[in-house]
Ligand binder design. Structure first.
Ligand code: AMP
Ligand code: ZN
Ligand code: FE
Ligand code: FE
Length: 281
């Protein structure tokens, strides 16, 4: 099985990279990508714990925003971590997430939810990318909500009055940076309409022009109709189709390997990277 989208404690997942590798091995996953939000900080630990027969794909899920304010997630896989322009953009995003969290907290405090930055940071493991799920965990710890799902449904969703965005590059800029770093770019759950506004289909033309390699089609946040529409776009531009779990440990219901990528599609995707970068034990 091939699962190209997972999270660890280095962003908003709940497993260490070592635990992720062990669970993925037990699940029968042979090709696993580690894709924490806007960071590569879990890569080294994942590499250290890799065991045959698993192959590891190093990556990151990069937060983007269109000029119209639509939030987009771009999976960058197999890129050179030393390519400074990409590393700098990811660092800027990570840093900007702190000021953004302060703004969300100010709004929540005014509404009577007494959560401090200290409360949120207590939920964050060292070196991890800060995100709304850590705020959700702080709300749970204070007894305001029962789980992350409830926190997002009631308070933290993208259309909430408490929502504030953070700096993000545009999707086109991100694709160009990933390609500049020799990697491959796969747009994550592009039509997941449950999460908020999604990209209009005509935007795929400029993403493909920027170098987009693939579309994550099989994902639990896509309806059957949304998958069908994406398959049409895929055929139009001859892109690679992926399927993945977007596993977050106990932070979400998503189970490792619940959706997977076909071997022929993975082969096509890997061939579009500049160098052979898949890690083997
Ligand atoms: P942020 O990156 O801070 O904007 O937070 C977005 C992240 O929150 C997403 O990448 C998801 O992992 C997570 N998320 C979104 N909706 C939910 C939900 N309903 N339950 C748990 N986690 C969620
Ligand atoms: Zn996440
Ligand atoms: Fe995502
Ligand atoms: Fe994700």
């Amino acid at each position: 099985m091939i699962d190209l989208h997972t999270h660890t404690l280095n962003s908003d997942g709940t497993d260490t990279p070592a635990q992720l590798i062990n669970k993925a091995l037990a699940r029968g996953i042979e090709v696993l990508a580690i894709t924490d939000h806007d960071t590569i900080s879990g890569w080294d630990e994942a590499i250290r714990h890799l065991r045959p027969p698993m192959q590891l794909v190093l990556g990151s899920e990069i937060s983007c925003q269109t000029l119209e304010g639509i939030s987009v997630h771009m999976l960058g896989l197999l890129f050179d971590p030393n390519f400074a322009p990409l590393a700098e953009v990811m660092q800027k995003t990570r840093e900007n997430r702190y000021g953004r969290m302060e703004k969300i907290l100010t709004r929540l405090n005014k509404a009577g939810y007494l959560i401090t930055m200290h409360d949120v940071l207590q939920q964050l493991s060292e070196g991890a990318t800060l995100g709304r799920p850590h705020l959700a965990d702080a709300l749970i710890a204070k007894g305001y909500v029962k789980d992350r799902e409830e926190a997002f449904a009631q308070l933290l969703h993208n259309n909430s009055k408490f929502y504030v965005s953070h700096y993000s590059p545009t999707p086109e800029e991100t694709v160009r940076l990933i390609k500049g770093a020799g990697g491959v770019a796969v747009i994550a759950h592009p039509f997941a309409s449950l999460r908020g506004r999604t990209l209009p289909p005509e935007v795929f033309a400029s993403l493909v022009e920027a170098g987009l390699d693939g579309i994550e089609i099989d994902h639990r946040d896509h309806s059957v109709a949304e998958r069908e529409q994406l398959r049409g776009i895929l055929t139009e531009y001859d892109l690679v189709a992926t399927g993945s779990s977007d596993y977050h440990g106990t932070g979400k219901l998503n189970l490792l390997g619940e959706f997977t990528t076909r071997p022929d599609q993975w082969e096509k995707l890997e061939a579009r990277a500049r160098e052979q970068r898949v890690v083997t034990a």
